[in-house]
Design a protein around this ligand. Sequence first.
Ligand SMILES: [Zn+2]
Length: 71
Amino acid sequence: MTEARRPLPCPRCRTRAYTPYGVPWTRGMPARPAVSDTDGSTLICSECGNTEWWGEFFGVDLEPQEKWPIT
Ligand SMILES: [Zn+2]
């Protein structure tokens, strides 16, 4: 576990970021992370969390972590 004190880049899209839990959130900072359904523990940005959620809702396969820009 790294002790992040600032927003971290999302490993799934690499274009957005999330503000880790434990980091004080102030206006303008990225939203809190979502937990990826690919493994139930990887933190991703909330937009990616929504994408995975809707994908599951419509029966679309999850994008495996190998296909993410970084893992
Ligand atoms: Zn993302």
